[in-house]
Design a protein around this ligand. Structure first.
Ligand code: HEC
Length: 86
């Protein structure tokens, strides 16, 4: 007999329960942050928002956003997230 707790921890480990359990995330992520996290780490590690200035982010996100085939809207929301958090 497999202990129930073992089964539960396996399911949690596989992420199978995450759809049924309420979100425990205390901080809500903005659309821009979500798009940034999803799209800016495919070629390199996720850059820190503080790494670049308000003047630099718009052109960088445009440059790499276009390489990643992001929409104008995604580029705009990612830029907004970065300059709000640098
Ligand atoms: C298609 C691959 C790719 C994707 C997707 C990508 N990058 Fe990059 N990124 C690169 C490469 C390659 C470099 C190294 C410099 C170069 O060749 O342009 C780089 C470098 C950078 C740098 C350092 C540039 C500097 O001048 O210091 C930043 C910041 C950056 N990326 C931000 C982003 C952001 C923000 C996103 C999401 C919108 C993103 N990248 C998505 C390929 C990518």
């Amino acid at each position: 007999m497999i202990r129930q707790s073992a089964v539960v921890s396996i399911l949690v480990g596989l992420g199978l329960l995450s759809a049924c359990t309420p979100k425990t995330n205390r901080t809500m992520r903005s659309e821009g942050e979500i798009a940034f996290r999803a799209n800016c780490k495919t070629c390199h590690r996720l850059p820190k928002p503080t790494k670049k200035s308000d003047n630099e982010w718009p052109q960088l996100v445009k440059k790499y956003g276009e390489r990643a085939k992001l929409t104008e809207k995604q580029i705009a929301s990612i830029t907004l997230y970065l300059i709000n958090n640098n």
